[in-house]
Design a protein around this ligand. Structure first.
Ligand SMILES: [Zn+2]
Length: 318
């Protein structure tokens, strides 16, 4: 039901507005991340406005790239907005290069819902199984809507869902005329999650692989909408595994070039053009066998491009 509704929402958006809208959902996890590092980037200039929130006290924070709504203290709001700016700058720099660091127009709207009912009221039934959702709309070669909805009652919304969803928004800058294939979009977004979470995804992948419930690489690359529940763990596990494997074969620039080329030429010609004498059967073989090895666990959990930041509020109390 959830997949059907989400797919119908997508189809309706295309039919009614003649532009594309993609929801990218992050499954709720009840395990908080432990990894935190600080970053040298300067603090963003943050402006606070009065919010329309019924509480009558909270604010909306704006920076050059973000407009953040969260019914919380001013300190928390500033802290989250600063974190978003730093994460976006790091992800843009890491994946798109320095040339892509110009501010987003329109800004990325971030809405932190206090609890699941508010979240589901906006995103619709079925979304309660998730803790974050990015909505991106493309029109005539540019991104015209950037939005991330998050659930404050999910323990990992800030440590896992926020960086994951933000990565979808960053990648949209590179794929403005055609949707980035879901395997690559999710695979790269998962690299911004914690190594612990990616390790759990690999554990789930091994479990379903033991039952033969996995994709052939060609089929994985053809997936266009959210997979049915029975294939969900295979899709996410294989997507992050495939992305990690390609990052072992080459650079991030090559990975994005391969994804782009595969849209035009298909995976065989794209592999040959970007990675030399590589063929799809090699990917199938390595994903099918290597996922059981310790080396592959290390590859998937350590190939991330995660950038996390120490909360200013937490740092101040240390
Ligand atoms: Zn995602």
């Amino acid at each position: 039901m959830r997949n059907t509704e989400r797919f119908m929402r997508f189809v309706l958006a295309v039919l009614l507005t003649a532009v594309w809208t993609f929801p990218y959902l992050a499954v709720a996890e009840e395990v908080p991340s432990r990894s935190k590092t600080s970053a040298p980037a300067p603090a963003a200039r943050i402006t606070l406005h009065r919010s329309s929130c019924p509480c009558g006290r909270c604010c909306v924070a704006e920076t050059s790239n973000f407009r953040v709504q969260w019914c919380t203290s001013e300190e928390n709001l500033r802290d989250l907005t600063d974190t978003c700016e730093r994460m976006a700058a790091a992800s843009k720099s890491t994946w798109l290069g320095e040339a892509q660091t110009r501010p987003w127009t329109p800004q990325c709207e971030i809405v932190v819902h206090r609890e699941v009912n508010d979240y589901v009221a906006y995103l619709g039934p079925g979304s309660e199984q998730t803790s974050g959702c990015a909505t991106i709309r493309l029109d005539q070669g540019r991104v015209v809507i950037r939005r991330i909805d998050l659930r404050a009652d999910a323990l990992d919304w800030k440590s896992e869902s926020l960086p994951h969803e933000l990565m979808h928004v960053v990648l949209a800058d590179r794929f403005t005329t055609r949707r980035i294939p879901p395997w690559a979009d999710e695979g790269i977004a998962m690299l911004s999650e914690s190594p612990e979470k990616r390790g759990r995804r690999l554990t789930e992948l091994r479990r379903v692989a033991g039952n033969g419930m996995t994709y052939a690489v060609r089929d994985l690359m053809r997936v266009q909408s959210s997979p049915e529940p029975a294939l969900r763990n295979a899709f996410y596990g294989q997507s992050v595994a495939l992305t990690s494997l390609l990052l072992e074969w080459g650079t991030r620039t090559q990975l994005l070039a391969f994804v782009e080329a595969s849209l035009d030429q298909g995976p065989d010609a794209a592999l040959s053009a970007v990675y030399g004498n590589r063929v799809v059967s090699e990917l199938d073989q390595q994903l099918g066998q290597s996922i059981w090895t310790d080396r592959f666990v290390h590859l998937v959990t350590q190939s991330g491009t995660r950038t996390t930041f120490r909360s200013q509020a937490a740092a101040a109390t240390k």
